[in-house]
Design a protein around this ligand. Structure first.
Ligand code: FAD
Ligand code: SF4
Ligand code: SF4
Ligand code: SF4
Length: 383
């Protein structure tokens, strides 16, 4: 019987899923069992749309459709919790299995605290996350740095510190450090992120630590809750999934890689926050002066559930039609969300005026974390 804290190598016995999966296909295999056994009514995951820059959320009720969601899309920067709140009634009416990155987990926990999501009805399989790449910047990066037409690329992966593409006529890898020094690579919030193994999900799955003959063919699974243990045991008993204990050397390597990622996150925090300068409020004022008040930063923030139009009603600070908005609009927003900002990057990525919003709220949150509990990524709400 699996239990919280167990570390395993796992792989699916379903040939169709195995063919499409990123590694051992454990994530998709587990969802297949969860749907077939009715542990969940539906699975909410990501699938490739038109091309690899087009990650789409999909709600699946037929286990046969799950194969479409297998594989990792590193240019998939969606955040699922607010979509579950908005379009799936916050999981109040159905049991939903969700594949989550660290920022998704934090978003779920924040919305659950605000009673917008029913966590009892959510099963989370987490994927380790070294970072994701904005699809718009990815296209530009592939054209400028790789010298390849982005429409000719049919596969991308991040492996051993490189962003690697496969395209008609070849494959090419460039180190992430080199790409980031040139202003490409992972989203800036991802560079600062230190939530690499999502242990507040029910299971945490990844490739770090899979070594020896199983390398590239198995998924590393850490059991993080009783719910996760039950899911894993059920899938193994049904023969959907095979497992073996993780190689101890692999465990050690996984720990070292996670530690190195923390250090890298700290390096980027220092760099980005220092560049903000001593007078952060002046910088915020200057940057936000080009705001066109589209409210996208409010609509997409997982820690804010104010309806954007409610702000315009009876508010002296946010007057309809006033452009650029009164600086109080932004100060009010930062005051409202920064103490629980999870650095998911949605506000910044979806801002049509490219205002570095997540940088500001993350800097404020990190400063707040020096004095207050819980620290970012360590909500005591679950586990
Ligand atoms: P599969 O059976 O292939 O299932 C993959 C699951 O991931 C599916 O449910 C799919 O819907 C979901 N998915 C795909 N793209 C996204 C996305 N953009 N956002 C949310 N869900 C998505 N592992 C590491 O050990 N180190 C890393 O640095 C690392 N970085 C990652 C970065 C990203 C952006 C992603 C999405 C994953 C990363 N992983 C990393 C996890 C790894 O790539 C595999 O997802 C994991 O090992 C599970 O493999 P599998 O074969 O069992 O998954
Ligand atoms: Fe991954 Fe963290 Fe970026 Fe989310 S914020 S995509 S968990 S690196
Ligand atoms: Fe202003 Fe950008 Fe927010 Fe839109 S997303 S309201 S432009 S700061
Ligand atoms: Fe995410 Fe931005 Fe909201 Fe912070 S303020 S939680 S980075 S959307």
């Amino acid at each position: 019987m699996a239990k919280k804290g167990d570390m395993l190598y796992a792989w699916t016995n379903d040939a169709e899923i195995a063919k499409k999966a990123e590694l051992g296909g454990a994530v998709t295999g587990l969802w297949k069992y969860a749907l077939e056994s009715k542990m969940v009514d539906a699975v909410y995951a990501i699938k490739k749309g038109k091309d690899l820059y087009d990650a789409q959320p999909v709600l699946i009720t037929n286990p046969a459709d799950l194969k479409d969601t297998a594989g990792s899309l590193h240019c998939g920067t969606l955040l699922l919790p607010k979509l579950v709140k908005k379009y799936l009634d916050g999981a109040s009416k159905m049991k939903i299995g969700v594949t989550v990155k660290g920022c998704d987990v934090m978003g779920f926990l924040e919305l659950a605290k605000r009673k917008q999501i029913n966590l009892d009805n959510i099963v989370m399989i987490g994927v380790n996350c070294g970072g994701s790449v904005s699809p718009i910047l990815a296209r530009k990066m592939i054209a400028d740095k790789f010298g390849v037409d982005p429409d000719k690329v049919h596969k991308e992966e991040i492996d051993k510190g490189q962003f690697i593409i496969e395209y008609e006529g070849g494959h090419k890898g460039i180190s992430i450090d080199e790409l980031e020094d040139a202003g490409y690579g992972r989203r800036t919030n991802c560079r600062r992120c230190k939530y690499k193994v999502p242990r507040q999900a029910d299971l945490a799955c990844g490739n770090w630590g899979v070594i020896g003959p199983r390398a590239g063919k198995a998924t590393f699974v850490e059991v993080c809750s009783d719910k996760g243990a039950k899911l894993l045991d059920g899938a193994v008993a049904k023969g959907v999934l095979a497992t073996e204990p993780a190689n101890p050397k692999g465990l050690e390597i996984r720990g070292k890689v996670e530690g190195a990622m923390f250090k890298l996150g700290d390096k980027w925090r220092k760099k980005d926050f220092t560049a903000l300068g001593a007078n952060m409020w002046e910088t915020i004022n200057k940057e936000t002066s080009r705001c066109i008040k589209c409210y996208s930063c409010i609509e997409n923030c997982p820690v804010c559930f104010t309806a954007a139009d409610a702000l315009t009603k009876g508010s002296l600070m946010v007057k309809p039609g006033e452009l650029a908005p009164n600086p109080m609009f932004h100060l009010r927003r930062f005051a409202h969300i920064s103490d629980t900002c999870i650095n998911c990057g949605q506000c910044e990525e979806l801002c049509p005026m490219d205002i570095p919003l997540a940088l500001f709220s993350h800097a404020i949150r990190v400063e707040g974390d020096t004095a207050f509990e819980p620290k970012l990524g360590a909500s005591p709400y679950k586990n």
